[in-house]
Design a binder for this molecule. Structure first.
Ligand SMILES: Nc1nc2c(ncn2[C@@H]2O[C@H](COP(=O)(O)O[C@H]3[C@@H](O)[C@H](n4cnc5c(=O)[nH]c(N)nc54)O[C@@H]3COP(=O)(O)O)[C@@H](O)[C@H]2O)c(=O)[nH]1
Length: 608
């Protein structure tokens, strides 16, 4: 039967035969899986697109079973759908094409009563399935949409990660840390529990960067992050706030002992060496701890107080954990004021150098002077270096300060030499930071040139711990300095961890026994044993040995009998200002000046 229909848009009359042709073309080219089947699965129509599917015949017109329109992998699902009486359902079909590509189709299967498809039907929608029905299915390829969406999802999650994590270590960054800890504080408030915030700063991390480069430094920071994550529970928060500063938050803490135990566990694991570029590296850390609600009820307050405690841990010798106590805040303010003051002191010449004689035990002759800095503070009076050297080291001010002391001591000693006062040599203390300063040997050479002091009149003292820290670099620097003709001493010997293998490679002339082994050397067997061992060690290595902190004649006697070469201490003289030293040298009751040099007669302390 030919039937005339009218296209609404172009008002052109078309015949049913033409419609079939168009419909055939449409089925041929439409890029969708389209089919019409009976409830028993007989195919009435199927689009050509089905032929693209793997497992499906190219000759679509010959396919009679609905199952033949789909790959074998989809047939079980199809069977389920065929057995359902639902009028409409949606499903996803993942199917391989014959070209090997995998596609995702969004399928919609609708069951409809046949008579409703006939022209002129305007009845109620069918809600009951019947054998008279037909089922048409349309599947649209959504592979690209899905791909785009998953790229977008990935992109979003990467972006999310980048926004909230530290790119180097992958730990939470400051923003995420604030977010998490604010929630932890809210939880702790609700449950009336405590939480501990630990601020962890690596000690002397700069040395790793300076000696092995930033790449090694970055690798070390990553290893530290991993150590922290490994040691803590998943529920604890670990973040990197920047540089070598990390923060850890522990929830539901019950007592300070358990917090301390965790802090010590972290300190211990950080001491394990990490091998980077073939070098075993280990940095210690200083940890400041504040506890909610005791030390503050906001994250900023807790951080500030942990920071104060952390600085206190550094000042107390590093590699330790320190709880915040409220009295620290006052001294933290003092510390800050002192830092500004110290900068000013350097500019306004408030620093002074004092000199303490070193004496040959056999002859009583002065064999040298140790230069010791003091600060003539306008309000606090004459300040001991113990109150400002750690601060100067922390802030980097030690570099200009140390250079100033060196130049001052060399200039003054040269001045005395020129005036005919020969006190053999002047010893100057070097801090680790100063010693590790790039081109430090040039600074020393420049000072010697500028002041005219012969190199053999200068001795540089470097502490045992600083010499052994990165000993390979120490050897290079000590060789440079030794080549200039000056002498080198290891200070505070016995307090660090010396490697004898390194010690024998250092071009040094002297070991200085730390005061802690001299205090009771004449009364305590253990101290005596250590002091004696150091004296023997020095002599066996053909080094001179000097004992510091000698306050009594009995100590002198003990040391003299054990072969110690020199002593330094209040027994002979306290550190003296330039004027006081000159007075001592010209005091005929205390010194004898003859051809053998200046001999210092031991005097009771009360006289000074
Ligand atoms: N990097 C630099 N460090 C310096 C410099 N000047 C000093 N220092 C270091 O500061 C620390 C404290 O020094 P100071 O208060 O001067 O104490 C020295 C002596 O006064 C003290 N001493 C000497 N004899 C005795 C004694 O018989 N009893 C006693 N109780 N104390 C005594 O010992 C200090 C000398 O120590 P050392 O340097 O280890 O020989 C101190 O660590 C200084 O090194 C500086 O310019 N740069």
């Amino acid at each position: 039967m030919e039937k005339s229909v009218t296209s609404v848009s172009c008002q052109v009359a078309v015949t049913t035969a033409e419609i079939r042709t168009y419909f055939g073309l449409l089925l041929e080219h439409i890029p969708v899986l389209a089919s019409v089947v009976t409830p028993t699965g007989d195919v009435l129509f199927a689009s050509r697109h089905h032929a693209l599917l793997f497992d499906v015949s190219n000759n679509i017109n010959e396919l009679t079973e609905e199952s033949e329109l789909y790959p074998a992998s989809a047939r079980a699902r199809l069977q389920q759908l065929q057995s359902t009486s639902a009028m409409e359902c949606e499903w996803e079909l993942t199917a391989k094409h014959k070209d090997g590509s995998t596609h995702l189709y969004k399928m919609r299967r609708t069951r409809i009563a046949c008579h409703r498809l006939l022209p002129g039907y305007a009845g109620e929608p069918e809600i009951q399935a019947s054998s008279d029905d037909v089922i048409y299915t349309v599947g649209v390829d959504i592979t690209e949409d899905e791909l785009a969406e998953s790229v977008l999802r990935d992109h979003k999650s990467h972006l999310n990660f980048a926004i909230f994590h530290d790119p180097l270590t992958g730990l939470a960054n400051r923003s995420l840390f604030y977010d998490r800890v604010n929630k932890s504080i809210a939880r702790a408030k609700r449950t009336k529990s405590s939480l501990a915030l630990m601020l962890l700063d690596l000690d002397r991390f700069k040395n790793v960067n300076d000696s092995l480069g930033h790449e090694a430094g970055d690798r070390y920071l990553k290893a530290v992050a991993q150590h922290l994550v490994d040691e803590l529970r998943d529920t604890d928060t670990v973040a990197r706030l920047g540089g070598d500063e990390f923060v850890v938050v522990l929830e539901n803490v019950t007592c300070s002992e358990s917090i301390e135990a965790i802090a010590n566990k972290l300190l211990g694991c950080l001491q394990q060496p990490v091998v980077i570029q073939g070098h075993p590296i280990s940095c210690t850390a200083s940890i400041g701890i504040s506890v909610f609600p005791h030390d503050g009820d906001s994250i900023d307050q807790l951080l500030k107080h942990a920071d104060t405690a952390m600085y206190r841990a550094k000042a107390a010798g590093k590699n330790r954990a320190q709880f915040y106590v409220s009295a620290m805040s006052d001294s933290a303010v003092n510390y800050l004021l002192l830092e500004n003051d110290l900068r000013r002191a350097l500019e306004q010449n408030e620093l002074r150098v004092f000199y303490q004689p070193q004496v040959d035990l056999n002859t009583g002759r002065i064999t040298g002077l140790e230069a010791l800095v003091r600060w003539q503070h306008k309000d606090r009076g004459l300040m001991s270096p113990v109150h400002f050297i750690p601060l100067a080291e922390e802030t980097g001010l030690i570099e200009p300060l140390g250079a100033w002391v060196l130049e001052q001591a060399c200039a003054r000693f040269q001045h005395w030499l020129a005036a005919g006062i020969d006190l053999c040599k002047v010893a100057v203390n070097l801090s680790t930071r100063q010693f590790r300063q790039e081109g430090f040997e040039h600074t020393v050479a420049q000072v010697l040139r500028k002041t005219g002091l012969p190199a053999q009149c200068l001795e540089l003292e470097i502490t045992e711990s600083s010499a052994m820290e990165n000993a390979a670099n120490t050897i290079n620097m000590l060789n440079c300095l030794s080549d200039m003709g000056l002498s080198l001493a290891i200070d505070d010997f016995g307090t660090g961890y010396s490697s004898l293998a390194y010690l024998q490679r250092f071009p040094i002339q002297k070991l200085k026994i730390d005061r802690s082994f001299i205090t009771n050397v004449d009364r305590d067997d253990q101290e005596a044993a250590i002091a004696k061992s150091i004296i023997d060690l020095a002599h066996n290595m053909s080094l001179e040995v000097i004992a510091e902190g000698v306050e009594r004649a009995s100590q002198c006697q003990w040391l003299g009998e054990r072969g110690c070469d020199q002593v330094q201490g209040y027994f002979y003289s306290k550190p003296l200002s330039e004027e006081a030293l000159m007075n001592l040298v010209s005091d005929s009751e205390r010194v004898i000046c003859d051809a053998s040099g200046v001999r210092l007669l031991s005097q009771p302390l009360a006289k000074h």
